[in-house]
Write a protein that binds this ligand. Structure first.
Ligand code: ZN
Ligand code: ZN
Length: 145
C-alpha cells in the first residue's frame, strides 16, 4: 500500500510505494549518480570505493549500497572488498555468496522475494510505468495544494 513519507534525500513529502525512500526527482538524481558510478567502474574496474566516490562525487555509502543491492558488480581484480554477510566469503555483488543465497533463500523466501521486487520496481521498470508513477505524484501534489 502506498503511504506518505519524507524523502530520505531532500525530505520532501511523497507517496512511498516500495524500495528506496526517495521522491521522484531524487530517484532520478539517484539513477544519474548510479549511472556515473557504473560508467566509472566500467572504465576503471580496479578503482576502490573511495576513488570512485571522489571521481564521481557520489558518497561511498551510496556506492556500497549499489553493491549490496546487486546493481553494481566488482571485478575479480577489484580491491573493493564485498563480503558475504553470512559466511564472510568474498563476493562480487549483492549481500551473500551463492551458497548462502541458496540456503537463505529457503529460510527467507519472502524477504528475498520482496527485495527482488523492490529492485525491479525501482530500476527494472519500463519507461511507461515510470510515467504512470509520476502522474500519481502529480495528482497527489495537486490534491494537497
Ligand atoms: Zn527527494
Ligand atoms: Zn556465504
Amino acid at each position: 500500500m502506498p503511504e506518505i513519507k519524507n524523502c530520505s534525500r531532500c525530505n520532501k513529502i511523497f507517496m512511498y510505494v516500495s524500495g528506496l525512500r526517495l521522491c521522484d526527482s531524487c530517484k532520478k538524481l539517484d539513477d544519474e549518480d548510479f549511472e556515473r558510478v557504473r560508467q566509472f567502474v566500467r572504465d576503471f574496474p580496479g578503482a576502490t570505493v573511495p576513488e570512485v566516490s571522489k571521481e564521481t562525487g557520489v558518497p561511498s555509502q551510496m556506492i556500497y549500497r549499489y553493491l549490496k543491492e546487486g546493481k553494481l558488480e566488482v571485478s575479480d581484480s577489484s580491491p573493493i572488498a564485498l563480503l558475504c554477510e553470512n559466511c564472510g566469503k568474498r563476493i562480487k555483488s549483492g549481500r551473500f555468496c551463492v551458497d548462502c543465497s541458496k540456503r537463505l533463500a529457503n529460510e527467507m523466501i519472502t524477504a528475498g522475494k520482496s527485495l527482488r521486487e523492490d529492485y525491479r520496481k525501482n530500476y527494472g521498470k519500463p519507461k511507461k510505468e515510470e510515467a504512470g508513477l509520476r502522474y500519481l505524484h502529480g495528482e497527489r501534489k495537486k490534491g494537497e495544494d
